[in-house]
Design a binder for this molecule. Structure first.
Ligand code: AMP
Length: 414
């Protein structure tokens, strides 16, 4: 490492155009940025071909801002939440830079969770469909050997969660002395999860002469310290408000007695005909299992995703949800980060999140990129003040919807 102390950010580029690439609510500046084409960003033809095949018409605001800077070799801090297109914002310029280069491990992406790790790996595979780029995803909870074989055979890009990567480094399965591009993805979450020592150990093995891109939904002091340590004169690229929630999402709060939440969920799914892919968040693993049992007994296909599930079970759950085999996926916060499931119609906060930031992250699961979605929060009397805090942080009041027979305020319910 040994990067010299960082000056204050060299520049701040920002866009309030929100997450929808075709948002028409932006200022002149952000609108014109949102309308740049991928070709204008000067990405190489093989990358443009892959983007076309992905079906993207225009770069999202974070892509329009970050890609030109990344191509110029600048270090970047991208303040953007999941759902803004941030993954392509770093994947595309890296694939561009790897084109035709030597076969060495030249890029490392660190991610907090295995789900995000897999999602980023899939992005590399997709965007390098016309380029000769090998990528491996390295994460815990699965046997080490297949990853070891791939690493030893040599890959261009390593996408990894910090813990498992340390195991491989200790076994000398990979060396990082040729790394040119380092990405710290969802840096705030990695630090929240206690990965700081692992990150430091890993980055210390990477040449100081490199390009470093850091993405984070928020910029608490810990992330700032991390960027001071590892980035050189970074440009801060910000999309939307810091704690902004996807503007394509419709929010609603349902006041409901705690004991009636499961019934309300069944009621809503039955009542509304459009709840096809529903992601439900509970505070605890047991809570998630209980909700699944309740849904199943009411005839709704559901499955749970949390830390007690094996990697195989989690992948299977995700697959069933993606394919539409099951309607409801019930997850805890830890399990939700990095889930990239397009077309989620509803996110339900079965328990109100303890942190306002978690609300933003959870809601980031729906309304991704250009899609729209609904976000419902079930609020029992003891959760009223937390909902108020969330409203303050996101800067908007969430409408209350009272369902007769469920609302704790209505006559006849407790
Ligand atoms: P991310 O914020 O990286 O998790 O991406 C959110 C979703 O947006 C993913 O499903 C991407 O496939 C999709 N996406 C990324 N870039 C674009 C784009 N320029 N236009 C439309 N969708 C995009």
């Amino acid at each position: 490492m040994g990067s010299e102390p960082m000056d204050l950010p060299a520049a701040i580029a920002s866009s309030d155009a929100g997450v929808a690439p075709d948002s028409d609510s932006g200022t002149d500046e952000s609108t014109s940025e949102a309308r740049a084409t991928f070709a204008q960003l000067r990405l190489a033809p093989p990358v443009l071909d892959a983007v076309r095949e992905a079906g993207y018409e225009y770069p999202t605001p974070i892509q329009a801002l970050a890609i030109p800077l990344a191509l110029r070799g600048r270090d970047l801090i991208g303040l953007a939440q999941t759902g803004t297109g941030k993954t392509a914002a770093f994947t595309l310029p890296i694939v561009h830079n790897l084109l035709g280069g030597p076969r060495r491990t030249r890029a490392l992406i660190l991610t907090p969770t295995r789900e995000l790790c897999i999602q980023v790996e899939e992005s590399f595979v997709r965007y390098s469909a016309h380029a000769d780029v090998d990528v491996v995803a390295v994460f815990g909870g699965v046997p080490l050997e297949p990853q070891q074989e791939k690493l030893r055979a040599g890959v261009d890009v390593v996408v990894a969660t910090p813990g498992r990567l340390i195991d491989h480094l200790e076994r000398q399965n990979v060396v990082f002395d040729e790394i040119e591009f380092l990405v710290l993805d969802e840096a705030d979450r990695m630090l929240d999860m206690g990965f700081a020592p692992q990150i430091n150990r890993i980055v210390d093995q990477i040449p100081a002469y490199r390009q470093t891109l850091l993405f984070s939904a928020t910029m608490p002091p810990e992330v700032e310290a991390l960027s001071r340590r590892y980035l050189r004169k970074p440009i801060v690229v910000q999309v939307g408000r810091r704690s902004g929630v996807a503007q394509t999402v419709t929010h609603a709060v349902y006041p409901v007695a705690r004991a009636r939440k499961a019934d309300l969920l069944v009621e809503l799914i039955g009542q509304k005909g459009d709840m096809d892919t529903v992601l439900v968040f509970t505070r605890t693993k047991h809570g998630a299992d209980r909700v699944v049992r309740h849904l199943e007994s009411a005839g709704v296909e559901a499955t749970a995703m949390h830390a007690d599930k094996s990697q195989i079970q989690r992948m299977k759950a995700l697959e069933q949800f993606r394919s539409g085999e099951i309607t409801v996926l019930v997850a805890t916060d830890i399990a939700q980060r990095g889930l990239d499931i397009s077309g989620i119609t509803h996110v339900i906060n079965y328990d109100v999140p303890q942190q306002a930031e978690d609300y933003v992250h959870r809601i980031g699961r729906t309304g991704r990129a250009a899609a729209t979605g609904d976000a419902y929060t079930f609020m029992s009397p003891d959760e009223i003040s937390m909902v108020r805090t969330i409203e303050r942080v996101i800067g908007q009041e969430i409408p209350r919807i009272s369902v007769p027979g469920f609302d704790f305020g209505s006559v006849g319910t407790s």
